[in-house]
Every structure is written in structure tokens, then in C-alpha cells.
Design a protein around this ligand. Structure first.
Ligand SMILES: Cc1cc2nc3c(=O)[nH]c(=O)nc-3n(C[C@H](O)[C@H](O)[C@H](O)COP(=O)(O)OP(=O)(O)OC[C@H]3O[C@@H](n4cnc5c(N)ncnc54)[C@H](O)[C@@H]3O)c2cc1C
Length: 394
């Protein structure tokens, strides 16, 4: 029997990992993207932090984040087995640090939420936190250690998976934009590219982040811009071992140390429609990072970048079947790297017509916005996110 041919629009971390999943299940894939890996996935810090990300009113989202986090070791293992290359995945845990006594309430609130959701959270005195991370400022007010929250460098995942496509006999990477979805008998059956080429497919996956294609429905997406730094740590021992997420005067900031001694410092969250790096946001991030980890001033600057997160009204992605030939997988908001193992497996199940976990599929079904009457169960629908003081901007 000939293998299923799947066209995937978008080569960010979601499109590429969906291609990887489908290839490993015996499908043939064509991935279409003029600029692979240069969207939100280029900017992402790669925190895999379901516990530290906890916020009120998002029970089902946190279940998805926790489930995807648990799949990460196996996801990384499978990539290494298939390609011989290992993504930069670091199981280094996360410290959430309150900078001021006034920020300590937010920490207590976080711990209560984490405990309710079954995440592990260890409250630390400032002295204990500084024993773990001597670079923390001497006047921090408290900390929580999230032992299950780790990190991956999303650029390493994108690089390895794009190389896998180039090397795989059943994969093709078309470096052009997809401009139109073509239908036959009410089902999507082909994609027209920018040069006018028609790519026929048994199934099409639309994984273009915020990108649009004629013939696709209008989606409830909005750009949520983030400014973020890449730094080179000072020579000698690394500045930090853990990922440090801080709250400084109620303002969030994070530092993600990589194995090579570099650090990611982020991130702002703005909806001003401006694609360029915002100087005011950069100043605020640097200032907050310096209050938390004073030694940051000895780092050098490698890169400053701004990208838009594909935001949805409830922060949950949009993954589901749109017609007999079209599956949607986008809207991963601030959680796309963490949700990659979950999202790629779900999209592959939908493409192959395999039954997914019903509750998880329902939580991300795009129909919740077009047919809300089917999604009235408050626990399952999860409600709109009420930001807490601890809400972090990825
Ligand atoms: C500053 C920042 C920090 C972040 N930190 C984290 C983090 O720590 N942890 C985490 O889990 N998430 C994080 N995120 C979120 C994460 O980056 C996104 O959720 C994730 O990258 C989305 O992946 P994607 O593949 O859907 O989209 P993208 O990476 O945007 O990829 C979409 C691709 O589609 C292509 N495309 C668009 N239109 C078309 C078209 N018409 N035809 C063909 N191709 C098209 C684009 O060229 C692009 O390559 C962060 C985001 C930002 C901005």
C-alpha cells in the first residue's frame, strides 16, 4: 500500500516535529516554508516549566503542559536515535525567586496552586536558595525550587529536525510560502506555493504559527511580541546552574543558563503590533535581571531579538481537523516548545485517523471558538485565564 503523503505548512518547531513524528510512522512528508525556523521558535527560551508557569483558572492547560513535559525525555531520545544528534536538553530544575518581601506573597500563591495541581514545589529560605545559586543577590526574599521544570534549546531541535528532512528519502523541504489551500469535493487536497507550484497531498497540516494562507478559515490568533536577549556568561565557572525565574517589584524576568555557558534573558510581552525590538522593554529586563543576579553585568551581549508568539484567547493551542483533508496545529502561545511532544503526536494521530486522548483533544479543539455550545463544561473548558501576580512572560 502506498504511504500517506502529508504536506505540512510551516517549519517552526511544531511543523518540523509533526513531520518527524509522521516520518517515524511511515508517512511521506513535504514541508513548505520560505524561512524554516525563523518564526517564534527562533526566539523561544525553551523553558519546559509547567510548575513555574502555574496560573489560576487554567487547570486543563496545566494538565497538557505537565503531560507534554513528561514526554520530553522520550522525545529527545527518539530524535537522537533517528538522527544521531542530541538536542541541547538540560534537566537542571528551576528556581522561582522573589526579589522583595512584597513579592513573597506571589510565591506563596504559586506554591498553593502548584500543590493543588500535583506539581512538586520546595519552598526555600533565601539562604538555602543562595547555597544552590551563589550568584543570586544577597537581599532576595525567598524562593521555590521546581524539581521537574527543565529546559531545551529550541534552536537545536529545529536545526536537527530540518537536517533530518534534508537527509530523509521520504521527506522534502520546499523553501517557498504556501499561498493557497486547494479543495476538491469539500476537502483540502493540495497547496499552491508562491511560485505557482501545486503540491498534491492526502492530508495537509497547517502549522504556520501566525502565518496565513488563502482558503484557510480565519483563526482567533493574535501576535504577542516578546523581546529577548542571548548573553555570553563571564569566563570561569557558569554564573547559574538552574533556570532562574524572578519576580522583581511584581515584574517577571528569567535567566536560562545553557550548557555552553551562554544565558537567555527574557522576555517581554507586548501587543503593540511593533515587530522591532523595544528598547524600553530591554532596559526593564536588564534592570530586573541585575537586581536578581548582579553578576549579569559581567556578561557580553550575543543577540537581541523580538518575535511574536501565536496567541489565542485562552492560551491553549488550536489543534484539530478542519475538513477531511486538513488538520490545524497552531496557536501555541507562550507554551509551544513545552507542548511540542504533545502537539506533534496529536496532529499525527489526527492525520492518520487514530483516536487521540479525548479530553486532551477536546481541550485544544479549534471548534471551541466556532461552536462554543459543545464546550460548556467549565472544568473541561478551563475558562479564560485570570493572570495572577506570578504570571510569567515567555
Ligand atoms: C520571546 C519568546 C520566548 C518564548 N519562550 C518560550 C519558552 O521558554 N517555552 C515555550 O514552551 N515556549 C516559548 N515561546 C513560545 C514558542 O516560541 C511558540 O509557541 C512556538 O515557537 C510556536 O511554534 P510554531 O512552529 O507554531 O510557530 P513558528 O515558530 O512561528 O513557526 C511558524 C513557521 O511557519 C512559517 N509560515 C508562516 N506562514 C507561512 C506560509 N504562508 N507558508 C509557509 N510557511 C509559513 C514561518 O516562516 C515559520 O517558520 C516563546 C516565544 C517567544 C516569542
Amino acid at each position: 500500500m502506498p504511504s500517506l503523503h502529508v504536506a505540512i505548512i510551516g517549519a517552526g518547531i511544531i511543523g518540523l516535529s509533526t513531520a518527524f513524528e509522521l516520518l517515524s510512522r511511515g508517512c511521506e512528508v513535504t514541508v513548505i516554508d520560505p524561512d524554516p525556523g525563523q518564526g517564534a521558535s527562533r526566539a523561544a527560551a525553551g523553558m519546559l516549566a509547567p510548575a513555574a508557569e502555574t496560573t489560576w483558572g487554567q487547570g486543563i492547560l496545566h494538565e497538557l503542559l505537565g503531560a507534554s513535559n513528561q514526554r520530553y525525555p522520550q522525545f529527545v531520545e527518539r530524535i537522537e536515535q533517528a538522527t544521531g544528534l542530541r538536542p541541547d536538553y538540560l534537566r537542571n530544575a528551576t528556581l522561582v525567586v522573589a526579589s522583595e518581601p512584597a513579592d513573597r506573597d506571589a510565591l506563596h500563591e504559586l506554591v498553593q496552586l502548584q500543590t493543588n495541581l500535583g506539581f512538586s514545589a520546595e519552598v526555600l529560605l533565601p539562604s538555602a536558595a543562595r547555597r544552590l545559586e551563589p550568584a543570586l543577590a544577597s537581599n532576595i526574599a525567598g524562593a521555590v525550587r521546581c524539581a521537574g521544570d527543565h529546559q531545551i534549546d529550541p534552536r537545536s531541535v529545529v536545526r536537527i529536525l530540518a537536517g533530518h528532512l534534508d537527509a530523509h528519502l521520504d521527506a522534502h523541504l520546499v523553501r517557498e510560502p504556501a499561498v493557497e489551500l486547494l479543495q476538491r469535493a469539500g476537502a483540502t487536497r493540495a497547496v499552491r506555493t508562491g511560485s505557482g507550484r501545486i503540491i498534491e497531498a492526502d492530508q495537509v497540516v497547517l502549522a504556520a504559527g501566525l502565518g496565513t494562507v488563502a482558503g484557510a478559515p480565519r483563526l482567533p490568533l493574535r501576535p504577542v511580541y516578546g523581546d529577548i536577549f542571548r548573553l555570553q556568561g563571564p569566563s570561569g565557572p557558569p554564573l547559574l546552574q538552574h533556570t532562574v525565574r524572578g519576580i522583581v517589584h511584581r515584574d517577571p524576568v528569567y535567566l536560562v543558563p545553557r550548557a555552553d555557558g551562554s544565558l537567555v534573558l527574557g522576555a517581554s510581552s507586548r501587543e503593540d503590533g511593533n515587530e522591532a525590538v523595544n528598547i524600553g522593554q530591554m532596559h526593564r529586563l536588564l534592570d530586573n535581571a541585575r537586581r536578581l543576579v548582579p553578576g549579569i553585568v559581567d556578561c557580553s551581549l550575543n543577540e537581541v531579538i523580538a518575535r511574536a508568539r501565536p496567541g489565542t484567547p485562552d492560551d491553549r493551542p488550536l489543534v484539530g481537523r478542519l475538513d477531511d483533508g486538513l488538520v490545524l496545529s497552531t496557536g501555541y502561545s507562550r507554551h509551544g516548545v513545552l507542548l511540542t511532544p504533545f502537539g506533534s503526536a496529536l496532529a499525527a494521530d489526527l492525520v492518520q485517523g487514530l483516536p487521540p486522548n479525548a479530553e486532551h483533544a477536546r481541550a485544544v479543539d479549534p471548534a471551541r471558538f466556532t461552536d462554543p455550545a459543545r464546550f460548556t463544561d467549565p472544568r473541561r473548558a478551563g475558562g479564560h485565564a485570570a493572570p495572577t501576580r506570578m504570571e510569567m512572560h515567555r
